[in-house]
Ligand binder design. Structure first.
Ligand SMILES: Nc1ncnc2c1ncn2[C@@H]1O[C@H](COP(=O)(O)OP(=O)(O)O[C@H]2O[C@H](CO)[C@@H](O)[C@H](O)[C@H]2O)[C@@H](O)[C@H]1O
Length: 474
């Protein structure tokens, strides 16, 4: 079965968030299960492309409105990532360093999708299925089924996976001429709320859409940034499949980014050593419970509540708890966190920025990982933290609800709270501080969470079953 995954991000080539982790792992596990799954993504001028060799497998020219674009499809020579990797390179448009936030971002991603379709169309390829991820590849189903240019591809099933339903990639009708010729009466399939909405169009046109957890599938029809009614109407097309984690990359026994590797049997000693190194780096005491946060500092993640919740927790518990934050995002939150660090240097430290190896060290060295998310389609951080024996403190939403059981319940191992509020965060901090004193119980719970299986094997199979249900049997 030949599958193309289309994505703006893929680990380790270019990562901004969890999308990269999933697209860098799922195809690998699908290939191990006997598929031929490849990843197609834009070319970014980054370390990976300079350190690896590529073949040019296709060269073409296409139109973006009246602009003629020359493009190349590059293939990584060795398939060393466990899947074939193809990069769409367009000089002047897709050859820059960053993944997002350029003023012509819409043009970049529309061109990416057109070049992919041109390539498979003109090179005569007929994949069994095309799997699109998030709005950056959301126009592919529409173009495959409704653009006269790609009629040859119109019978191929498409799946669209929603990693984040808050972002739609919408733009105005003035850019309609960027798309290859279509029948005018079909433009309603692109529309939502008076504009072209790639996420909405993908949900309307794909054969099936998936969400990255079953709970998130339910939540989209009550919270999806304006698409609630669409998700309600299209609910029969949706399937919730929880993400896995790449257990080769996220393995405390072998992780090269950890100063001290450890296994379940050595978790207490191993974590303590990592904690000491982490605390020394951030001038915090390793004797207190360390509560960490890793992620984008955006309202979706509830990070705007962190400054007030930390401030109040420090007042409530005096000197008995420490906090460490790694992330970047909204300026107001960054500023408040930096201020907090100045006010309480003994109890709080903050690293504003993106640092992959520091994230690994925090998963290994912290005692608790706080995720007060307003919206969490799946969440990978809680699974990474559990694999590293760090207890997640999560708000009951989306994938957090599907993966974390409160330690107060039978067989539980985490801390859960209901509301996105300073009050609820502070109550969970109190529970963490009290639990931390009971080192025996902490040890038992750490071992319990480390024994959980969040590997991709199960979820990769669920995707394969879904593919098989769509691909016509000959
Ligand atoms: N400053 C920083 N430095 C280093 N590493 C950092 C970092 N900020 C974030 N990360 C890393 O980025 C990843 C974030 O993954 P998430 O699943 O939490 O979030 P994201 O919201 O990006 O993904 C969306 O897609 C994923 C995948 O489907 C869903 O799990 C999720 O719910 C959805 O919002 C983790 O690997 C984390 O360690």
């Amino acid at each position: 079965m030949r599958i193309f995954h289309l994505s703006a991000e893929c680990y380790p080539i270019a990562k901004v968030g969890g999308l990269a982790d999933v697209v860098g792992a799922l195809p690998k596990y699908q290939n191990l299960a006997g598929l031929r799954a490849a990843v197609v993504m834009p070319f970014y001028n980054r370390k990976f492309v300079h350190e690896n060799e590529f073949d040019t497998v296709f060269q073409g020219a296409t139109l973006l409105g009246t602009r003629r674009l020359f493009f190349e499809i590059l293939k990584e020579k060795t398939d060393k990532l466990g899947f074939e990797l193809y990069l769409v390179k367009i000089p002047g448009l897709l050859d820059r360093e960053n993944v997002y936030s350029y003023p012509d971002e819409k043009e970049q991603f529309i061109a990416f999708q057109i070049c992919f379709l041109d390539w498979i169309n003109w090179s005569g390829q007929t994949p069994d299925l095309v799997h699109c991820h998030d709005h950056h590849s959301g126009l592919v189903p529409f173009m495959m089924y409704h653009s006269n240019l790609y009629r040859r591809l119109a019978h191929i099933p498409t799946i669209f996976t929603i990693h984040n339903g808050q972002y739609h990639g919408a733009f105005g009708w003035e850019k309609l001429n960027y798309l290859p010729e279509i029948d005018f009466y079909k433009t309603g399939l692109l529309d939502w709320n008076g504009g072209i909405n790639p996420l909405a169009s993908a949900v309307k046109c794909c054969w099936k859409y998936t969400t990255v957890s079953p709970s998130y599938l339910q939540e989209l029809s009550v919270n999806s940034n304006g698409l609630e009614y669409l998700f309600y109407v299209e609910r029969d097309k949706g399937v919730g499949i929880i993400n896995g984690i790449d257990t080769d990359v996220w393995n405390p026994e072998t992780d090269p980014m950890l100063p001290e590797n450890f296994a379940t049997a050595t978790v207490t000693k191993g974590k303590q050593k990592n904690k000491e190194i982490l605390c020394e780096r951030f001038a915090l005491s390793a004797d207190k419970p360390l509560i960490a946060f890793i992620g984008r500092l955006v309202s979706e993640k509830g990070s705007d509540l962190l400054p007030a919740a930390i401030e109040r927790s420090i007042k409530e518990h005096g000197d008995k708890v420490n906090f460490l934050i790694l992330g970047a995002g909204e300026t107001a939150t960054e500023t408040s966190l930096n201020l907090l660090k100045k006010l309480h240097p003994q109890n709080v430290n903050v690293f504003i920025g993106y640092d992959e190896s520091l994230a690994h060290l925090i998963y290994a060295g912290a005692d608790f990982l706080l995720m007060p998310s307003r919206v969490e389609p799946c969440g990978l951080n809680q699974m990474y933290s559990m694999r590293y024996g760090t207890m997640p403190m999560v708000r009951s939403t989306g994938g957090l609800k599907d993966t974390v059981i409160d330690f107060g319940e039978e067989g539980g191992y985490g801390i859960r709270f209901e509301e996105v509020s300073v009050d609820d965060i502070c109550v969970s901090v109190t529970r963490a501080v009290v639990l931390y004193k009971d080192s025996r119980k902490m040890q038992t719970l750490r071992k319990r969470m480390m024994a959980l299986d969040f590997s991709w094997d199960r979820s990769a199979k669920e995707y394969i079953n879904l593919y098989e249900s769509l691909i016509p049997k000959i």
